[in-house]
Design a protein around this ligand. Structure first.
Ligand SMILES: Cc1cc2nc3c(=O)[nH]c(=O)nc-3n(C[C@H](O)[C@H](O)[C@H](O)COP(=O)(O)OP(=O)(O)OC[C@H]3O[C@@H](n4cnc5c(N)ncnc54)[C@H](O)[C@@H]3O)c2cc1C
Length: 453
């Protein structure tokens, strides 16, 4: 047993440390198939803040990298292991400590699965809005560390908008409380906001206080069929120009629908290249009708407010399952660029050109109402030439998004896959500011080194 593993074992209760290579291998990477990863020396399944602190102090003594991990559903390699590192898993920190209907907040441990929190809130007539498509699996800690977005974020905002405070173990092993429980508060720098989206590079989140909203009325779904992604992109522009803010606004193309249908046999056969799925949670039908009108004006071959709730739910389920369904066809390189809404048609056209120019297959899903596109670049397993072409298409899409005034990552984070993109997006002075913050909070550089920048 290495000195590191022996020290972890003596610092922690019996069942926390695992170094069996077969188990450890399952914690070596997230869902970003293309990002490189190493082999961890050990995995610690922490149960408390005290456990997390003990791991940080041990890693500090050994100058060993420490990689925090929630459910490992990340799509940028953020939770990927480095050789000889310790992976700190929060999967057993699953307590929902408090749901306060008066203050409309919840206090949770980081390993709570997003859907579990949402279900617990619903029992109190409350709602936790951030809903990444990975909500059945991903954790609140991972959502906070990536500032996860999701389907209803187009109207209700992203994870950052719901994090009031948190407990964090810093890179020096200090346990600190950041933020507040009150509805308002401006005391000091917004260090809570800084931690949100920091991808495990500045501290390990061991408790989160989130803001809740009252539960909503049931939503109506409006479906639009389009002959091309560009027509669908035009519809997005029209919806935005009409001042309509749907409660979800998603795009899914024929390739994804077919892949989901082949996998789950959901009877989704649709005679269109692209589907737009809009939702309205307004109390009357007006907003849903406006959405339908915008789809029709943009040239939809079919547009209707769904009267069949089961069918509408099946289409949204297909949207959520699109990524794992495409993964069954071969390694998927996932894009996550976000562009101004008005630039969506042009960006979709550029994605199409990148596919043609680099002879790659690109399927499209998108949180299209936010301008957040997820072109999925699929390659046949074991085809090295195809991988090279896919990487060129990936780089070209990033260039396109930056040219259109967009950003390299709308929600998945930088991790390993977007490091070059981030360096292109941020100026050298801003990157220097990032390094100064990292140095202040993690002076030994043990927290998730090599990720993000
Ligand atoms: C099918 C599918 C659909 C998805 N849909 C969406 C979507 O709609 N929107 C979206 O935003 N993302 C989406 N994702 C990506 C992913 O689910 C999110 O990034 C999610 O927030 C990751 O949560 P996780 O618990 O799996 O974290 P992990 O993947 O384990 O970790 C993610 C990052 O957070 C860090 N981290 C984890 N826990 C902590 C902690 N306690 N303290 C500090 N750092 C920590 C890790 O080091 C890593 O950098 C999707 C992924 C899949 C597979």
């Amino acid at each position: 047993m290495s000195g590191l593993v022996a020290d972890l074992r003596s610092a922690l209760p019996d069942d926390r440390v695992v170094d069996d290579p077969a188990v450890v291998a399952g914690y070596a990477h997230d869902e970003a198939e293309w990002a490189p990863h190493g082999r961890p020396a050990a995995v610690v399944r922490a149960r408390s803040t005290a456990d997390v602190r003990a791991v940080v102090l041990t890693c500090l003594r050994h100058r060993t990298p420490l990689v925090p991990r929630g459910a490992g559903t990340g799509l940028s390699g953020g939770a990927n292991a480095l050789d000889g590192c310790v992976v700190l898993s929060t999967e057993r920190m699953t307590a929902i400590r408090e749901i306060d209907p008066v203050e409309q907040l919840a206090v949770v441990e980081p390993g709570v699965v997003n859907d579990h929190l949402r279900a617990a809130c619903a029992e109190h007539g409350l709602w936790y809005p951030p809903d990444p498509a990975s909500s059945p699996w991903s954790t609140i800690g991972g959502n906070v560390a990536t500032n996860a977005g999701g389907l209803c974020c187009v109207k209700y905002g992203v994870t950052r908008d719901y994090v009031l405070g948190m407990q964090v173990v810093t890179g020096e092993g200090e346990v600190v409380r950041l933020g507040r429980r009150t509805a308002k508060g401006v005391a000091g720098y917004d260090l809570t906001g800084l931690m949100v989206g920091s991808e495990g590079t500045l501290g390990i989140v061991t408790e989160v206080t989130v803001r809740l909203r009252p539960a909503r009325p049931p939503e109506r779904t409006v479906v639009g069929h389009f002959a091309s992604t560009v027509d669908a992109g035009r519809a997005v522009g029209l919806v935005s120009a009409a001042g309509v803010v749907p409660s979800a606004f998603e795009l899914v193309d024929r390739r994804c629908l077919e892949a989901v249908d082949a996998w789950k046999n959901m009877g989704l056969a649709v005679d269109a290249e692209v589907l737009l799925l809009g939702r309205s949670d307004a109390r009357d039908d007006g907003e849903a009708l406006l959405l339908q009108e915008c789809f029709e004006k943009a040239g939809a071959t079919y547009a209707a407010a769904s009267t069949d709730a089961a069918e509408a739910e099946a289409l949204f389920a297909a949207r959520r399952l699109a990524y794992p369904a495409m993964e069954r066809l071969g390694p998927v390189l996932t894009e996550d660029v976000c562009v101004p809404r008005a630039a969506v048609p042009e960006m979709l056209a550029r994605v199409g050109r990148a596919a043609e120019q680099h002879d790659t297959v690109i399927a499209n899903i998108a949180h299209v109402g936010d301008g957040n596109l997820h072109p999925l670049i699929i390659t046949p397993a074991g085809d090295d030439d195809a991988r090279v072409r896919a990487q060129r298409a990936f780089a070209q899409i990033i260039d396109g998004a930056l040219e259109l005034g967009g950003t390299v990552s709308g929600e998945h984070g930088i991790g390993l896959l977007k490091r070059e993109g981030l360096a292109r997006e941020l100026s050298p002075a801003v990157l220097t500011m990032h390094r100064a913050v990292k140095q202040a909070l993690d002076p030994a550089g043990i927290l998730n080194p090599g990720k993000a920048f």
